[in-house]
Design a protein around this ligand. Structure first.
Ligand SMILES: Cc1ncc(C[n+]2csc(CCOP(=O)(O)OP(=O)(O)O)c2C)c(N)n1
Length: 335
């Protein structure tokens, strides 16, 4: 007789986080599929439960996976409100992430952070900033501390094109250049700044160009091509490790869903959205693998099935996780 209750089985799902090796095309695709499935499942949950949901980065998976694939275990990550992809690519457990978003005790921050403040110390994910641009200023301090303590890891700082329009972007780049800080600035230029198109707020087309006045090297890459992002991120991290100086990588991509959940995207130009849907990073990678990577449709189905099972287990784990006890309300709040 099976003596394990479904609830207990669901709660035993997560294992210790392991930083995955994202050095094979199959691993890159699987990581992107995991992120996509995770975000869509949470969006559905949000719609069905009537609770406001998180900010997804559907369509931006190649940016997250490509950059994280270039990081080593010593490296640190600071991220923003659209962080799920960065965490999952780094090896965060989807069940514990979902538990966090649902406010449950088994979440990475015991249900106190939700998606907007989540951190995972054991994976080097220092923080998520919901203050747009906050991650830029805090990366300066984290990288300075790495340098002063003689630690080898570089600091990857993810931010949006909207954050790049803030003064703190320029203040941070200036100090990072003066102090020669090992920061990989990753601008995920997804064309949107909440409900405002970047065309309405940006002079020119390039955030990367704003690095030059500070003497910071930069590159712009197709952010919907995971292998191109991975190669560019490896070149950028090599440059930081060789020179000790910061680097700005701009990833041109698109936010296919709304700013947050739910969002009817009534403000989005339909033709522009369709053009970017046709450049979906996951479909592009699948096509590439089928065309020349030695993969069959059956292989890809197998990856999809594996991912779907992980997400089912993750949601079951999160929903089975208990609510935090009221006595914990004021613990772990201040360092
Ligand atoms: C300092 C600050 N201003 C405004 C907001 C509200 N807000 C949240 S996300 C967002 C858009 C940010 O755009 P971008 O940096 O391009 O990131 P994206 O949402 O496109 O990923 C805004 C204005 C905030 N959280 N913090």
């Amino acid at each position: 007789m099976n003596t394990v209750s479904p609830t207990a089985a669901a709660r035993s799902t997560p294992s210790s986080p392991v930083i995955p090796r994202l050095d094979q095309p199959e691993a890159l695709l699987e990581a992107m599929l995991l992120i996509r499935a995770y975000e869509l499942r949470l969006s559905t949950h949000s719609a069905q439960s009537g609770t406001p949901g998180t900010c997804t980065a559907v369509g931006q998976e190649a940016a997250a996976v490509g950059v994280v694939s270039a990081l080593t275990a010593d490296d640190l990550i600071l991220t923003n409100h659209r962080s799920a992809g960065h965490l999952l690519a780094r090896g965060a457990d989807p069940g514990r992430m979902m538990a966090e978003v649902l406010g449950r005790r088994d979440g990475y921050c015991k249900g106190k952070s939700g998606s907007l403040h989540i951190s995972v110390r054991e994976l080097g994910v220092v923080l998520t900033s919901t203050i747009v641009g906050g991650e830029l200023s805090l990366a300066t301090g984290v990288a300075l501390s790495q340098t002063m303590l003689g630690r080898p890891g570089i600091v990857a700082c993810f931010f949006g094109d909207g954050a790049a329009g803030e003064g703190i972007f320029h203040e941070s780049l200036n100090l990072a250049a003066v102090w020669k800080l090992p920061i990989l600035y990753v601008c995920e230029n997804n064309q949107w700044q909440a409900f405002v198109h970047r065309r309405e707020t940006m002079v020119g087309e390039s955030v990367a160009a704003w690095a030059a006045p500070y003497g910071i090297a930069s590159a712009t890459v197709d952010g919907n091509d995971v292998e191109a992002v991975s190669a560019a991120a490896r070149a950028a991290t090599d440059s930081i490790r060789d020179t000790g100086k910061p680097f700005l990588l701009e990833l041109s991509t698109y936010r296919l869903r709304g700013h947050f959940e739910p969002d009817d995207q009534a403000y989005v130009n339909a033709a522009e959205l369709a053009a970017w849907q046709a450049r979906d990073p996951i479909e592009r990678m699948k096509t590439r693998l089928l065309a020349g990577g030695g993969f069959t449709a059956g292989d890809l189905d197998g990856i999809g099935t594996r991912v779907a099972a992980r997400i089912d287990a993750a949601m079951a784990f999160a929903e089975a996780s208990p609510w935090p006890d009221a006595t914990e309300l004021l613990t772990d709040i201040y360092a």
